[in-house]
Write a protein that binds this ligand. Structure first.
Ligand code: SF4
Length: 381
């Protein structure tokens, strides 16, 4: 059945909010948060650590810290608390994006049980399983992801355990990899170009003869698809294959996309059909899936990436994150001087719904609306 991705309209008179049909928390994040808080409740007196941020949302992480949970590492793998300080009785929670085999082993060597407090999302595990399956059929694994992102590092470590593996961060890198596949670039250049992104002993001549593409689940689905299509085409050209027999050298891995990421992205595409004035995307600034939603929006209209309603300073000013330059910037007169103002709103997979509600209420406070947001929302419950 074709899914409906038309946005939900909250008509407040002078302000019209078009809320994405799917937004916010996904199964994996809800599950991880629930396990983390349950662990805190059920283990009074124990030291509880998180390997790194639970999810990419500052409010959720601050809430966990307020309950006494400590972070062992930053998102980029820098140590905040030394592993030497851990004792077997400590609890270490593995976050939703999983962890590397190396770290898992390190914790096990200390005597810490990781399985009981592992909140790795089943959709991330699905990518790991798929990588293992294609590795067993002798395909090299190409991972489309951000090389430093925890999930990509975790997926890479598991893929590299089974087969030669390479991370490509974008289409530009995929095009360069394609040149190595076709023998258009000297293999010796590969090691500098893909430094830190390939498995040990990777052989450009031997390990690019059969490949399959998996992804960091929060990448743009359309980007992963385009990268997979390009690399498949390179294999077809190099080995004189056709679409029918391409699988001899290119594994079909289309089913590794996470449903939540995909639905949130499709809902944004649906919402962008509306002739709106601006878009607001709510989420943590280091959240990969949220920045992809912003990327989709900004192709069409002014898009503001904010972490909470507090970033809407007044009806005149908004403090928002430019994920290209990684800076927060202040924009004046972000609301057009017209009525009704039409605003598209969505949020990332790690953003609590309460933050979206806060943003809607803040916007509504700038207008003389005939109904309260509660009255409007009640209609949908
Ligand atoms: S975005 Fe997808 S893969 Fe990531 S935690 Fe959520 S459901 Fe799991």
């Amino acid at each position: 059945m074709k899914k409906d991705f038309t946005p939900t309209v909250l008509d407040l008179g002078p302000l019209q909010i078009y809320l994405a049909r799917h937004f916010g928390f996904c199964y994996g994040v809800e599950n991880a948060i629930e396990i983390a808080f349950r662990t805190v409740d059920e283990n009074p007196g124990k030291r509880i650590f998180l390997l790194s941020e639970m999810i990419h949302n500052p409010q959720v992480n601050a809430d966990l810290q307020a309950h006494g949970v400590q972070f062992l590492q930053t998102n980029y793998g820098n140590q905040l608390i030394s592993f030497d300080e851990l004792i077997p009785d400590d609890i270490v929670i593995i976050p939703a994006f999983g962890t590397t085999l190396e770290l898992e082993k390190k914790l096990e060597d200390i005597g810490i049980q990781t399985e009981k407090f592992d909140t790795t999302c089943p959709f991330v595990e699905k990518v790991w399983n798929r990588s293992e399956q294609i590795a067993k059929k002798n395909y090299t694994i190409i991972i489309h992801g951000k090389p430093k992102h925890e999930e990509t590092r975790a997926t890479f470590s598991r893929a590299a355990f089974f087969a030669p593996s390479v991370v490509v961060k974008d289409m530009e890198q995929a095009i360069e990899l394609g040149k190595y596949i076709k023998g258009e670039k000297p293999p010796s250049q590969f090691y500098e170009e893909f430094k830190g992104q390939h498995s040990e002993d990777f052989s450009v001549t031997k390990d690019l003869q059969r490949i399959g593409v998996v992804n960091q689940t929060t990448m743009l689905a359309s980007d992963t698809q385009a990268i997979a299509d390009h690399l498949k085409q390179m294999m077809i050209e190099k080995y004189k294959l056709s679409d029918q027999n391409a699988e001899e050298r290119f594994a079909d891995t289309r089913d590794t996309l996470c449903y939540a990421t995909l639905e949130n992205q499709q809902a944004v595409t649906g919402m962008l059909q509306t002739d709106a004035d601006l878009a607001i995307v709510v989420g943590g600034y280091n959240s990969s899936n949220t920045s992809h939603l912003v990327e989709l929006c900004e192709e069409k209209l002014p898009a503001y990436f904010i972490s909470s309603e507090e970033k809407i300073i007044s009806s005149k000013e908004i403090l928002h994150y430019n994920f290209h330059t990684k800076q927060e910037i202040l924009t004046s007169d972000f609301l057009p001087n017209k009525q009704p103002v039409k605003i598209l709103i969505t949020s990332g997979a790690s953003c609590p719904d309460a933050l979206v509600e806060g943003v809607i209420n803040k916007l509504a406070s700038f207008y003389k609306t005939s109904k309260t947001t509660e009255e409007i929302i009640d209609k949908f419950s």
